[in-house]
Design a protein around this ligand. Structure first.
Ligand code: TMP
Length: 393
């Protein structure tokens, strides 16, 4: 694969590396650059970070933390049971089991390299392999358990550097009529929303349907349906079957690919244009923060997300701008944001009358948050977002 760089997001930390110390020594930083491959139109980081630096026993993200996500996983599970009547399901990147727990009456197996998370699911009776997904692991699971009717993977395949091996191994573990469902952020939405914060250490790739279709050319997988989702700021749920599998191929795939091509997803110039928009976004967000700070108003951060780490470090927004972040995740509280060293506290302690503005780190949960913070809004509190352009809401 020959990548050409189109975006430089500067020095960045590991987004999951929430710090216990305000002034850490030797914090690991790297230059986050994003590139485009002419042959497949695949967009990926120029430099991949060693997986063990990101996915380890300190992994902070808990998929079950968000009500929106819990509800979405329950709904999806009900639909899959009704439609495909699976007898077995494997999830790659099973996190804390928020999806798999809906399949307790069939064979449900997780793959989760972060040991702290695998411990949670093993404890509640979901057999979980705490290993990285690859061909050897697929064969080990086939030997111990067998083939699967459904393989599901949300926000994980985009993290796996050897993409071809990951997809090949999925095809390997599927039954003849088995299906694979991939859910990952949409490149189309990233470009439309100028949400450059989809790029961070874990997101080695941001997929389009166009590029996925090219990558599976030599693998026994074929896309048969695609759904657009609102999750994670705009994602695609892509359904794959084996080439001779019995599912009917929908004509919505051609439609989706046409839409992507209309936006120029297969042209390098599109990415150069995106890069200019990102630089403008940085300038405008910084201006907005400066105007608010000049008025001596208090700004906090709402949701210390991985995505916000890219924004803060790229725009150099630190404690001088954001007094603290609030976040509901217990193991982020009491820590400091990577790279920018802003304290993270419990919303109960931080969301009070002294707050004038809240920068939406978790902008993808905007609706859920705005519904929850009626009191803040009613007393004149305002949210700031950078998506699709920096502004006060
Ligand atoms: P995610 O986008 O990776 O799922 O992370 C969302 C983060 O935002 C997670 O750390 C929890 C936090 N959050 C809040 O603190 N309050 C909220 O109301 C929501 C929806 C999320």
């Amino acid at each position: 694969m020959e990548k050409i760089e189109f975006l430089d997001l500067g020095q960045q930390p590991i987004t999951n590396n929430f710090l216990s110390n305000e002034a850490p020594q030797n914090e690991f930083l790297y230059n986050l650059r994003v590139g485009y491959d002419q042959a497949t139109s695949l967009v990926s980081l120029m430099e991949f970070i060693p997986p063990i630096k990101m996915f380890n026993e300190n992994y902070a993200h808990r998929a079950s933390q968000s009500q929106t996500m819990r509800k979405a996983y329950k709904e999806l599970s009900d639909n899959l049971k009704k439609k495909f009547k699976p007898k077995s399901i494997l999830e790659i990147g099973s996190n804390d089991g928020v999806f798999l727990e809906n399949f307790n009456n069939i064979i449900n197996v997780g793959v989760e390299p972060c040991k702290n998370l695998a411990k949670i699911t093993n404890k509640i009776g979901i057999k979980t392999y705490s290993e990285f997904w690859n061909y050897n692991l697929s064969n080990k699971i086939i030997n111990e358990i067998g083939l699967f009717d459904i393989v599901y993977s949300a926000n994980t395949v985009s993290h796996i550097h050897d993409l071809e091996d990951a997809l090949y191994s999925i095809s390997n573990i599927l039954n003849k009529n088995g299906i694979f469902i991939l859910e990952d952020p949409s490149l189309l939405e990233t470009l439309k929303k100028v949400s450059y914060d989809q790029f961070y250490d874990e997101h080695a790739y941001v997929f389009s349907i166009y590029s996925l279709n090219k990558i599976i050319k030599d693998i026994d997988l074929e896309i048969f349906y695609v759904e657009k989702l609102n999750t994670h700021g705009g994602s695609n749920r892509v359904y794959f079957k084996k080439k001779f599998g019995n599912q009917k191929v929908s004509n919505n795939i051609d439609r989706m690919i046409s839409e992507e091509k209309e936006l120029g997803i297969n042209k390098f110039e599109t990415y150069l244009d995106f890069s200019k928009k990102v630089q403008n976004s940085k300038k405008n967000l910084k201006n907005l923060f400066n105007i608010i700070k000049d008025k001596n108003k208090k700004i906090i951060g709402y949701g210390a997300t991985y995505k916000s780490s890219t924004v803060l470090n790229y725009c150099k927004i630190d404690k001088n701008y954001i007094e603290y972040f609030i976040d509901t995740t217990p193991n982020k509280q009491g820590k400091f944001t990577p790279g920018t060293h802003i304290p993270i506290i419990d919303p109960k302690d931080g969301m009070n009358e002294t707050v004038d503005f809240a920068f939406l780190g978790a902008w993808n949960f905007r609706k859920e948050i705005m519904n929850k913070e009626i009191k803040f809004i009613d007393r004149g509190g305002k949210f700031i977002t950078h998506v699709p352009n920096p502004r006060i809401l």
